[in-house]
Ligand binder design. Sequence first.
Ligand code: GLA
Length: 633
Amino acid sequence: MREAGVNLVTVGVFAWALLEPAEGAYEFGWLDRVLDLVDDHGIKVDLATATASPPPWFSHAYPNSLPVDVDGRRLWPGSRQAYCPSSPDFRRAAVALTDALAGHYAGHPALALWHVSNEYGAHVPYCYCDTSAAAFRTWLEARYGNIAACNEAWATAFWSQTYGDWAQVLPPRATPAQINPAQALDFYRFSGDEHLACFRAERAVLRRHTPDVPVTTNFMVGHLKEIDYRPWGAEVDVVANDHYSRSATEADIAIDGALAGDITRGVSGGAPWLMMEQAPSAVNWLPRNYARRPGRLRLAALGHVARGADSALFFQWRASRAGAEKFHSALLPHAGTRSKLFTEAVGLGADLRRLGPVAGSRVQAQVAVLWDWPAWWALELDGRPSVDVGYLDQVQAWHRALWRRGITVDAVHPEADLGAYRLVLAPSLYLVGDAGATNIAHHVGRGGHLAVGFFSGIVDEHDAVRPGGYPGAFRDLLGVRVEEFFPLPAGHAVALSNGWRAGVWTEMLHPDGADTLATYLDGPLPGSPAVTRKASGDSLAWYLTTQLHPDSLADFLATVTARAGVTPAAHVPPGVEAVRRRHEPSGPSYLFLLNHTSTPAEVPAAGTDLLTGCAVVDNVTVPAGGVAVVGEA
Ligand code: GLA
């Protein structure tokens, strides 16, 4: 670890059974040796509370704490994270372990950070057991006050669902036909709050023992749909995120990582965050787990730093010989230190030391893309016009087009402060609350630009349609009225009058103050407007009624960004990523250039490359698969 420049290690994440082998009997000796050893070598510890996976003695003694899935099946021990977040037994036991652990390690010189649980909701986001049902009812009572208000919010008059008493209300368990969508959304909100309550309970104990040690938990922003991380940002002392990608190619993994970082900053309010876990090479939970080519560990890790991370931690340090994850990559692989992975870990450690001055600086963005977990949940519930419209797919498509142009985007909530952005993008923001809609209107009112994708602004937070023509929340802003959706058969393409190609979705639209920029040439609505723009004051509000093919979408966003006066972080050739971080308000800035191609790239820049120490005059050459970080002073 010293050779690789490691200065922080996460320890004990799944160690409950070793730390408390029987209820109330603690064994800290082995962990004392670990913490003392790393401390002797100047390494700090991100100490886990170890509560992510209760041991067998616990599930045996408290079988009702085991989670139940939507079909009513219990999930059993033998893997990890088998607990119901609403179980009072689980919460009591987790707090007891945290109390014992924090009491024991308070004041240990290696202790730098608390790591509560692990990836809340990663395996069991929702539990449908009777304990959860009772807790859900309590949560609903607090939200609605009385059952009539809940009936109203859930529109239970439809399909004979009117509840006469709280006792009749259940989680959205498996049903004969489609579940009530508002009930489902509230259950997802409730479930997030239950995980957060578990976090808060442990945090309260930690604060009591070690008021000066920051507390965090690792999110899975960009990956996990089921947890709304927005309320968590203010609960942790520092936002920490894990990034794992399902993409097959290294370029796509990098773009996934960029979006995850951009959303993570939205959660942290723009503050630097910790990259808590990433895979050094392959994972082991995909059908085919592709290893990374030489040099790509560094490129990926510094990609997260470019997006605002002030750390590069990995799962995992040393590959285990046994257990379920033995084929997951590690910085120290089965092959040992004579390996690509260890050599690259040593190189990365040296790079990170050179990037010390970057820590604390903030990513600079002129564009915001609106991002909201409940909008994601709602768009993908049953009974929508087309299964081919996915929320993440839409956001990814717009984000990817901007990534390719070197334009940095913050992914922020519709109610976030939009004052810093020239342009706000809303790809298929199906659900938006009144406060979000007003905030977006305010952005346009003060001269900000807006581009909205199809099937946006359709419903409120209860999944109730905003009537009078779609997109209800944005109709006036965009100067359009959509009468009916015309989704397309799988694989069908439509042509637009300006040469663009599109698919998946079309809409019957009537301009109402907007100009028509392109019409459909074919498909179900020939001659009907496909792309519109409304000018008001300095602001332009663009609307897309269809899913443009990637080249057409790139054209659209090139025009939209140019008209908004948005400038890229640097003028980069295709496949080179550019992001700027700055010590605000006007301190030194750092231009990150990451070359994802297999040929060297020339990029205009000036300053000093922190990684090589070389002066950069006019241009820097970024090697194939390499990185430059130009300190611009
Ligand atoms: C998660 C967990 C780790 C490990 C990795 C594997 O992020 O936190 O314990 O299982 O996934 O990719």
